[in-house]
Design a protein around this ligand. Structure first.
Ligand code: HC1
Length: 589
């Protein structure tokens, strides 16, 4: 252990601990901007400077390890004056148009300016006129260089967590900026629209494209019938933006608030997550049969999940030779849009052209996904608008709803019923677990023993997980699977996905089924979720998701009565013609 004093208080910490971490243990908060718990240390914003006795210069607390006998002062006169100057310098280059900024009230630089009572400009106003032009080319992300403080959290996020590097630092000194390849618009580069950069941007330099006004207009339009669907991971995180502690489930309150906002029907993406399991599970079994029995060389394994639009875009850019590995299933969000504007519209006697489908998603890539040309099988754009969890929280605040005091309400029927298998889609490993619960029963004809419903090997926050499942005692029609070892793998975060894909491409891993979610932790860590994010926050959200599953009366997709009904009345059976027309697609290079 290393002994030191911080503000005259003694502490002993592990070797390698930074001053920032040691101060936190003593409950001294040192402000940071470039530092983030998910990223490597950069030490470039200098806001965390502290005074170390005997040292000539102030030290960056995030990048300085403790040493024996060190005496640190986090709030000396020298520190306060320097820190204030650093914030003033950052503000001199920052478009402090705060009242018009989407991050107003959620900006770390604004918080620091307020904390240090920054008044008149001490330094010149150095905002570059060319930086005032926002890049709004992407359907998901707005890039506003005039708000950028060049902390490089976005650059490290894109490289370290996502392995994409769509954003990079260019130029030096006064000309330094965060740019794309050849300074092209965001929609022309390898950006996957995952929005992880937004979650870590301390200012309004990167935000989601917001569609709040469009959705209000639809709600107020008497000629429109507006239905809303909510993604699995929204119900365990929305509360964070509305004064509720991290990890608290707010499913019933979320439904109540959506009804109060004026949506005509409040329905659930979890319903189509169950539908996805029916289609994707059947597709996997069909591919296995074609490979093992028919020896069909055209069949491609491993099959890979296709619900995460950031992952699809990543694969289109980086592994376009492996697009046939993707399941042909559309994502649950898009299946929902397609059945809402056909089956559901017919049932409730509403014309599809009068229906507006809004999604509440933890994801900003879903905004991109709903605009894809493949997603119009109802004859219209299947999903009209996607709002992030954060945008929904804003609408709830705008409407003056006291979220905390709302009584729980239930989703409307139909398209509102779901199973525990559907809600775990929101956590890494969840789609795999849900699929295995149903596939087991199809293949063996026996119920999954209750004690085995939680399939532990596919759970947890490890970047890449794999498991082997021995298939035994199958029904006669599945005899080709008897004794087969089913190899599955799971990756979350695109840097991990890349590692897994490289192994598959080189033939180093013989998997049958792979789940990939584009964001760290799966959708619960999506780019549209409340900010901040950290491993600790994602762990609490994950625990909440699995608790939600355990509390559901139905925990397997095929037991959802509304799923049984939609096949009986409309789709026929999984992979039927109608299913193919509405629920499946192909991504082409
Ligand atoms: Fe997801 Fe999915 S789980 S992709 O993470 O398959 O966004 O929550 O809605 O579509 O169901 C996201 C979450 C979400 C889809 C489902």
């Amino acid at each position: 252990l290393v002994n030191l004093k911080i503000n005259n208080m003694p502490i002993a910490v592990e070797e390698g601990t930074t001053i920032l971490e040691a101060a936190k243990k003593l409950n001294f908060r040192i402000p940071t901007l470039c530092n983030h718990p998910d990223l490597t240390v950069a030490g470039n914003c200098r806001v965390c400077v502290v005074e170390v006795k005997g040292a000539r210069l102030l030290a960056a607390a995030c990048a300085t390890p403790v040493s024996e006998g060190m005496e640190v002062f986090t709030n000396s006169e020298k520190v306060r004056v320097s820190r204030k100057h650093i914030v003033e310098l950052l503000l001199s280059e920052h478009n402090a148009d705060c009242t018009k900024c989407f991050k107003n009230g959620h900006c770390e630089l604004q918080d620091l300016a307020s904390e240090y009572r920054i008044g008149d400009h001490v330094f010149l106003d150095l905002v570059k006129p060319e930086s005032l032009i926002q890049d709004i080319s992407s359907p998901s992300i707005v890039k506003d260089d005039s708000k950028c403080i060049r902390c490089q959290r976005c650059v490290r996020t894109c490289a370290e967590l996502q392995g994409v590097s769509a954003l990079a630092v260019v130029n030096k000194g006064d000309h330094q900026k965060i740019s794309t390849f050849l300074n092209k618009p965001m929609h022309e580069v390898v950006c996957t629209n995952c929005g992880q950069c937004i979650n870590r941007c301390p200012t309004g330099a990167l935000t989601e494209r917001n569609y709040i006004e469009e959705v209000w207009n639809a709600i107020y339009d008497p000629s429109k019938f507006v239905v809303v669907q909510t993604a699995p991971a929204t119900r365990i995180a929305l509360g964070e933006d509305l004064g509720i502690p991290v990890g608290e489930r707010v499913t019933g309150k979320m439904v109540a608030s959506l009804k109060k906002l004026g949506f005509n029907k409040v329905l659930d993406t979890d319903f189509t997550a169950d539908l996805t399991i029916m289609e994707e599970g059947t597709e996997l079994l069909t591919r296995l049969k074609r490979a093992l029995v028919d020896k069909d060389e055209k069949v491609v394994l491993p099959m890979m999940t296709s619900c995460s639009p950031g992952w699809i875009k990543f694969q289109e850019h980086m592994y376009s030779d492996m697009l046939d590995n993707l399941s042909t299933c559309k994502s649950p969000q898009q299946m929902f849009g397609a059945v809402a504007k056909t089956y559901y519209a017919d049932k409730i006697n509403i014309k599809a052209q009068d229906m507006v489908v809004v999604s509440i998603m933890p994801c900003v890539a879903k905004k991109f996904e709903c605009e894809r040309p493949e997603m119009r099988d109802s004859g219209y754009q299947d999903v009209d608008y996607v709002l992030t969890t954060r945008e929904l929280a804003m609408m709830i605040k705008q409407a003056g709803i006291d979220f905390n005091k709302l009584e729980d309400e239930h989703y409307d029927s139909i398209l509102g019923e779901s199973s525990g298998a559907a809600v775990i889609f929101g956590a890494t490993g969840g789609v795999m677990e849900a699929a295995l619960r149903t596939a087991y029963e199809i293949v063996t004809g026996r119920e999954v023993p209750f004690t085995n419903l939680n399939i532990q090997p596919v759970r947890g926050m490890e970047g890449i997980k794999d498991a082997t499942i021995k298939i035994k005692n199958v029904k006669p029609e599945w005899s080709f699977l008897e004794g087969v070892d089913l190899h599955v793998a799971i990756a979350h975060g695109l840097a991990n996905a890349r590692q897994l894909m490289e192994k598959v491409r080189k033939g180093e891993a013989a998997y049958h089924f792979i789940e990939v979610m584009g964001c760290p932790g799966g959708c619960l860590g999506g780019g549209g979720q409340p900010i901040p994010t950290s491993p600790e926050i994602r762990k609490k959200r994950s625990e909440a998701i699995y608790q939600e599953d355990e509390d559901m009366p139905i925990r397997k997709s095929h037991e959802n009565p509304e799923i049984v009904e939609i096949y009986k009345e409309f789709l026929g059976e999984p992979l039927s013609h109608k299913s193919h027309d509405l629920l499946h697609t192909h991504y082409k290079p």
